[in-house]
Design a protein around this ligand. Structure first.
Ligand code: ADP
Ligand code: G6P
Length: 467
């Protein structure tokens, strides 16, 4: 494979994020950091295997970065001005579409200037892809931030095969209809040959909307457009590099890290673990409240049990994320001031992102994993936990509102809004017989090792290339 950046490629991924973010500290020093979130975790191994190019934003405003070669594929950074970061990324993507697509857990904000910026930036991504794609190339557009790219790109380059995958939920029509630009966004996706979703329900929601467009007929996962094209609409539940995670978690380095971690936590009998981006969709308020109450009521003994929660700061300038950060800090403080001792904190809360080896060590030491989003497209953390565990005596508590619940059926299911129900399920997961837990873990392990990220990418691309 070539080590220099190619002029044109046959396979392109376009996502708002690149796999690495450019960071500049106060002294002007520049470094590259892994980007947060499930999209990058899932797509990195796909690109390492397939090669081609990844087009995306490098995470810093007002900066033009030259293309470079990375891990077997080319990277083409797309610049965003500070105002575009505010209006396209923080605004329309993350204060309009993100809450709207997550069942309006918080109120979506609608601003016409944000919509203008969204169109402008989507055009820029499409133009970049049109420049980089060779004749007849396959272009795979990712996620809600680039909703309009399929349509723009088809106008520029009708020769391309265009796929789109939505990593987050797609809401029911009743909620979606609030959007002042709902027609344009549906048209945007209908520019693709294949539109993929995490669940059949999400695909069905989109099909219902597509059918409402003038001149479009849609049934059984196919929409026929007035310009004579067929758009396939289907679910493709995303996954992880299960073997890669497993090998990492069972490596000597990570095992040593796990021993050290357990010691640092005071060698407790039981470790409960949660790891998320600090996002209001993740059900952190409910989860921390439930565990906090179990400590306060004496059902969990802080001398025996530690709850380790990592929450990576995310979208820090968006109002609802600031509110969430303050709420969680307060809640954690309240719990730790009432339970545990100076030496034994019941709740260890860290606002940080950790390297993958450290995360794997955390999965290794976690006897109980809490994944309790109030809405989530898939949730890869749940799958990572299963892949990293070699010990059967563990348990996964999983929200029924995560896409992963459709596949990890043997998890201890919870409705995160039902705090008492969640408390009871946590206690059950801690006290069930090792035999029952082992059976559940084995079944989930089969699922996670059968349906890997390669299976996901191959099934999407086979469908797209056979179009
Ligand atoms: P989302 O995409 O909404 O963030 P997912 O659970 O699908 O949710 O994916 C999150 C990804 O980010 C996972 O790969 C997870 O390991 C990673 N991640 C989340 N929090 C952290 C953290 N504090 N440190 C390191 N990685 C993290
Ligand atoms: C989710 C979204 C991704 C996004 C990630 C991190 O996984 O589906 O598109 O990249 O969160 O969010 P951020 O806003 O930091 O890119």
């Amino acid at each position: 494979m070539s080590e220099t950046v190619q002029d044109k490629v046959d396979f392109l991924v376009i996502a708002n994020r690149l796999p690495v973010d450019r960071k500049i500290d106060d002294d002007g020093n520049v470094s590259w950091k892994s980007s947060p979130g499930g999209l990058v975790t899932a797509l990195e191994p796909v690109m390492q295997r397939k090669g081609g190019a990844w087009i995306g934003w490098h995470g810093a405003p007002d900066e033009v970065v030259e293309p470079f070669h990375h891990d077997g594929y080319d990277i083409h950074p797309v610049p965003l001005s500070a105002q575009e970061v505010e209006e396209y990324y923080e605004g329309f993507s993350n204060a309009t579409l993100w809450p709207l697509y997550h069942d309006c857990i918080v109120e979506p904000v609608f601003h016409r200037e944000w919509w203008d910026a969204f169109q402008k930036v989507n055009k820029r991504f499409a133009e970049q892809a049109a420049r980089q794609a060779s004749e007849g190339a396959t272009v795979w557009v990712q996620d809600y931030q680039l909703n309009l790219v399929p349509k723009y790109l088809r106008q520029m380059r009708p020769d391309l095969r265009i796929g789109f995958f939505l990593h987050i939920p797609f809401p029911p029509i009743e909620l979606y209809s609030r959007l002042p630009w709902r027609e344009e966004l549906v048209e945007g996706l209908l520019g693709a040959d294949l539109v993929g979703f995490q669940t059949p329900g999400a695909a069905a929601n989109f099909q219902r909307l597509a059918k409402r467009r003038p001149g479009v007929t849609a049934a059984r996962g196919r929409a026929h457009t007035p310009d004579g094209r067929t758009v396939v609409i289907r679910d493709f539940p995303i996954s992880i590099d299960s073997r890669g995670f497993h090998e990492l978690a069972t490596s000597e380095k990570v095992k040593a890290e796990a021993i050290k971690l357990r010691e640092d936590l005071g060698n407790p009998g039981t470790i409960i673990f949660g790891v998320d981006r600090l996002d209001y969709t993740k059900g952190l308020r409910q989860r921390i409240r439930a565990v906090g109450e179990l400590f306060k009521e004496g059902k969990l003994d802080p001398h025996e049990v530690v709850f380790l929660q990592l929450a990576t700061p995310s979208r820090e300038r968006v109002e609802e994320y600031k509110i969430l950060r303050d709420d969680i800090n307060l809640l954690v403080g309240q719990i730790n001031s009432k339970v545990g001792t100076i030496a034994n904190r019941a709740l260890v809360y860290r606002n940080e992102s950790v390297p993958r080896e450290v995360l794997a060590a955390m999965y290794q030491v976690a006897d109980l994993m809490l994944v309790t989003p109030v809405r989530d497209g898939m949730n890869l953390v749940a799958k990572e936990y299963i892949a990293c565990r070699s010990n059967d005596d563990s348990a996964l508590v999983l929200s029924e509102f995560a896409g992963a619940a459709r596949e990890l059926k043997q998890a201890y299911m919870v409705n995160p809004y039902d705090i008492d129900g969640m408390k009871a399920t946590i206690m059950k997961a801690l006290t069930d017989s090792p035999k029952l837990k082992a059976r559940k873990m084995r079944a989930m392990r089969r699922q996670v090792f059968d349906k890997t990220i390669d299976v996901w990418a191959d099934s999407f691309l086979t469908e797209l290339e056979g179009h």
